[in-house]
Design a protein around this ligand. Structure first.
Ligand code: SF4
Length: 95
């Protein structure tokens, strides 16, 4: 896998995050962490931040997810939104 084909973040409904612009994530690469598949890149700041293009999943610590391979996500795209935490991977599947 190269950084050119990392999974796209198809939508993110966490509008309070700095990287969120109109339900699109604009962090270059996010990391999914923790016991609840939370987005470790979420940050609540007043100022908007990030890059011009849609963000991707750079790494994921949820090794038990069906889409996880060697701590990377192999899904085509993922959806991020409120779950157990303020920002979680909603594409997570324990299989
Ligand atoms: S779909 Fe699974 S492997 Fe991909 S980012 Fe979400 S929790 Fe991680």
């Amino acid at each position: 896998m190269t950084t050119m084909n990392l999974p796209l973040i198809s939508t993110c409904s966490v509008s309070g995050c700095s990287y969120n612009h109109d339900h699109d994530c604009h962090a270059a690469a996010i990391t999914i962490t923790g016991a609840t598949s939370s987005c470790g890149t979420y940050v609540e700041e007043a100022a908007k931040a990030g890059i011009d293009t849609t963000g991707q999943v750079g790494a994921c610590h949820r090794s038990e997810c069906v889409h996880n391979s060697a701590l990377e996500c192999s899904a085509q795209s993922v959806e991020i939104g409120p779950g157990a935490d303020v920002a979680d991977c909603l594409t997570y599947s324990a299989g």
